[in-house]
Design a protein around this ligand. Structure first.
Ligand code: SF4
Length: 506
């Protein structure tokens, strides 16, 4: 009973509009014990005694490296009487493993989850690990939402006659309001709406240092009737981590030269700038509380609980005594040439750039063949249904289709084509994480997390094909996960026979 109570304390705090919810991010390292884990558990014990932090979140193989599984540390945290917030990332588990993890979490009453696509896998045993990304975050949120109801399994699945018990998860999602380019930022927000549609219960922002961007996230939620509580991430980096962030070594993090310069100056102090960093964090917490955030998700490397308690004391002091408008300027470190939503009517690509020629040609062809009102639709459908009846003809047809699509779209023959939804670019060959519902959070200044400074993020290219599409109110419904049974088969036949994502129960 105690365990249920502690888990629910995070939920209760988030749902109580009067509460300012505090969570703190723990990063378990590689291995099952040792000094690092002892320090984490010590931190958790002190946290419990202090009582201000409601949840301790636990990362899932952060940075794409192997680490202790978050459920394992989550149980330790829970045993100490604190609410764990388990990160569930999708970089190194397929949909079945993800579902297994959900069962495991539910069995142990680890009900608070933070869903993310995750950093691209990096170093592992004998080299770089294979990236999985079988689901993306909206798809996992959809699965979680489905598990919340006592539904029977899909027809034909083993044990499908037996409904699963309802699993009362509280699932959060992540958004970055700190992107510096229009394409990245707009996609972050459209994907946020998709995650909300898929069932996200709360939102955690990426960490950042641009106060106007923090404000924009709240404005966006208000303007789009998003009522889920939003936690702002506030991170206290050491000078070493600040240098790494500035160099773009931490996926998706924007860190300005001005802030780095300020920290370098602070580091000349005998305490190496520690107090100044904590005070800046405290000021940010006070400012974000006043701004209207439901809480703050704290983090920082090498922070003992004594330092966190100092930060929280100072935050309370500033909240009560300081001119918060003044403080806003003190903690605001925007990146130069950042694109803001508020400037959209002035310099937005979406309002001034026409769809590309490539997009227009492909759309015309697509509309004629694949939309029911198209001139060639009846013929195409008849041919595909006819070819589907004969194995040899089907193979030859698939081969011809794939040849054509490899030449024009760098097709990977997944058999469930989503190029229409990506402005006629193929996510399977274009995006290393194979995201089909919009970008991950890892891009930096328009470049892909996996090829920084080298390859433009696939979704930035998608945006550039037809920027104005983002001004229309599009359906936030996510595309379902791919059916791997279709790999190598004809996507045209699968479309007309409704085996692909257009199928009714998709
Ligand atoms: S192409 Fe974009 S969405 Fe895909 S992995 Fe790179 S940054 Fe993420």
């Amino acid at each position: 009973m105690t365990i249920r109570h502690t888990t629910d304390s995070f939920r209760a705090s988030l749902l109580n509009e009067q509460d300012f919810t505090l969570s703190f991010e723990l990063v378990p390292g590689r291995g099952s014990g040792g000094k690092r884990l002892d320090a984490i558990l010590q931190f958790a014990e002190e946290c419990k005694k202090d009582g201000r932090i409601t949840a301790l979140s636990i990362t899932d193989n952060p940075g794409g490296h192997p680490a202790l599984a978050p459920t394992s540390l989550g149980l330790d945290i829970q045993a100490l009487g604190l609410a764990p917030l388990i990160h569930v990332s999708l970089k190194d588990k397929n949909r079945n493993m993800a579902e297994s993890q959900l069962f495991e979490c539910h069995r142990h009453h680890l009900l608070n989850l933070l869903v993310l696509s995750g950093d691209y896998p990096r170093y592992g045993f004998h080299g770089q690990a294979k990236p999985v990304f079988d689901l993306d975050s909206p798809q996992l949120l959809t699965l979680i939402h489905r598990l919340r109801q006592p539904l029977p399994l899909e027809k034909g699945a083993p044990g499908s006659l037996m409904p699963l018990p309802a699993m009362d998860f509280m699932a959060g999602c992540v958004v970055s309001p700190f992107k510096t380019t229009e394409a990245e930022q707009r996609f972050q927000y459209t994907k946020l709406l998709t995650k909300i549609w898929a069932g996200a219960d709360f939102i955690v922002s990426q960490l950042g240092f641009d106060i106007n961007k923090y404000q924009e996230l709240l404005n966006f939620c208000r303007d789009n009737s998003v009522r889920q509580p939003v936690l702002a991430s506030v991170f206290i980096p050491s000078i070493k981590v600040a240098e790494m962030m500035h160099q773009g070594q931490v996926p998706g993090i924007i860190f300005s030269k001005t802030l780095l310069h300020t920290m370098r100056e602070e580091a000349k102090h005998p305490d190496q700038g520690e107090e100044a960093r904590l005070i800046r964090g405290a000021k940010m917490v006070a400012v974000l509380q006043q701004m209207g955030y439901a809480g703050v998700h704290l983090g920082g490397n090498n922070l003992s609980f004594v330092k966190v308690a100092f930060l929280l004391d100072q935050a309370e002091y500033f909240r009560k005594t300081a001119d918060l408008q003044e403080l806003r300027h003190e903690v605001d470190f925007p990146f130069p040439q950042t694109w803001y939503m508020r400037s959209q009517s002035l310099d937005s690509l979406a309002s001034r750039q026409r769809p590309s020629l490539r997009f227009r040609i492909n759309q015309q062809i697509h509309d004629e063949i694949f939309t029911p009102s198209g001139f060639l639709f009846p013929v195409a459908k008849k041919v595909c249904l006819g070819v589907d009846r004969n194995r040899q003809a089907r193979r030859l047809f698939s081969w011809c289709e794939q040849l054509l699509k490899i030449i024009f779209f760098r097709c990977r023959s997944c058999g469930d084509c989503t190029i229409t939804e990506a402005n006629y670019l193929c996510p399977q060959s274009g995006c290393p994480k194979k995201m089909i519902n919009g970008p991950c959070g890892g891009s930096l200044h328009g470049f892909c997390e996996v090829y920084p400074g080298e390859r433009v993020c696939f979704w930035v290219r998608v945006y550039q094909q037809n920027p104005a599409a983002h001004l229309d109110s599009k359906s936030p419904t996510p595309l379902p996960p791919k059916d791997w049974a279709l790999q190598g088969s004809s996507s045209w036949i699968n479309y007309f026979t409704e085996r692909d994502h257009h199928k009714k129960d998709g």
